[in-house]
Design a protein around this ligand. Structure first.
Ligand SMILES: NC(=O)c1ccc[n+]([C@@H]2O[C@H](COP(=O)([O-])OP(=O)(O)OC[C@H]3O[C@@H](n4cnc5c(N)ncnc54)[C@H](OP(=O)(O)O)[C@@H]3O)[C@@H](O)[C@H]2O)c1
Length: 234
């Protein structure tokens, strides 16, 4: 892995991924909305930016050229198929053989085998309704995006984040194939560690074709189930 692209590089997750990728010595290019370029001033001279919407296939095509890996923040903003347009732009334009890592939340299910408790179902339902009522977020489009990824023959990984919190790193998160696994019960991960897992996934071939649901390595549930946690070496 030498050159990687971060699609949605100016957001919180994108900036953490940039830090981790630079720390690994990767050459980093990224796509973000033109109005967000200034958010990345602290990386000036160390990254190359392609300003544009992340669902703009022509911008994405330029950015991913020559990249061995692509980290994509899937965000369901508005009702213009932003998440699925972003996923399609990456799937159709990334280099053959590139590792493609996408972010989303626990609400995404690859195989329908996830078990959601009442509290999680109420929270997902509330945010789906809120996004629809305000026209700010179309959660069903994030589902369409991930269905498209799951059906693709690319070398993909869909990383499903728990509730996120700020703060210093607690180490590489552990993961499980299905929500409902007791190891995930704490439902918390530092945002910087979500980013760490995304960057790590670029070089962990055991994660190809997986949709790992992650939780902090230091959380009570991860510590209580050390055998059940499917961690990946750092
Ligand atoms: N927030 C959580 O608690 C949580 C929990 C689990 C999983 N996740 C997942 O984590 C990932 C990152 O989420 P995050 O909440 O941490 O946010 P984030 O990293 O700040 O990313 C938000 C992204 O959306 C873009 N964006 C914001 N408003 C937009 C708009 N109106 N139109 C187009 N793009 C817009 C941002 O770009 P700009 O910089 O241009 O604004 C940024 O790239 C997502 O895949 C999410 O599903 C989040």
């Amino acid at each position: 892995m030498t050159r990687i692209c971060i699609i949605g590089i100016s957001g919180k997750l994108g900036q953490y991924m940039t830090e981790h990728a630079l720390a690994r010595g990767y050459e980093v290019v990224g796509v973000c909305r033109p109005e967000s370029v200034a958010k990345l001033d602290r990386f000036k001279g160390r990254i190359t930016l392609f300003p544009g919407r992340t669902d703009d296939a022509s911008v994405v095509a330029q950015a991913v050229r020559g990249c061995d890996g692509v980290l994509t923040v899937l965000a369901p903003w508005g009702f213009t198929n932003y998440a699925s347009g972003t996923a399609r732009a990456v799937l159709e334009n990334a280099e053959p053989g590139a590792r493609l890592i996408f972010s989303c939340g626990w609400h995404i299910s690859k195989d329908g085998q996830d078990r959601y408790g009442l509290k999680l179902r109420l929270i997902f339902g509330f945010f789906t309704f809120l996004g629809w009522a305000t026209r700010m977020a179309d959660i069903s489009d994030q589902l369409r995006a991930t269905d498209m990824i799951f059906a693709s023959d690319r070398l993909w990984t869909v990383v499903r984040g728990s509730d996120l919190e700020e703060g210093g790193s607690e180490g590489l998160p552990v993961w499980a194939r299905h929500v409902g696994d007791p190891v995930l019960a704490s439902n918390r991960t530092r945002r910087t560690d979500f980013a760490l897992f995304m960057v790590h996934a670029l070089t962990d071939d055991r994660l190809i074709g997986e949709a790992p649901a992650i939780v902090s390595h230091a959380s009570a549930s991860a510590r209580a189930h050390p055998g059940a946690a499917q961690s990946v070496p750092g």
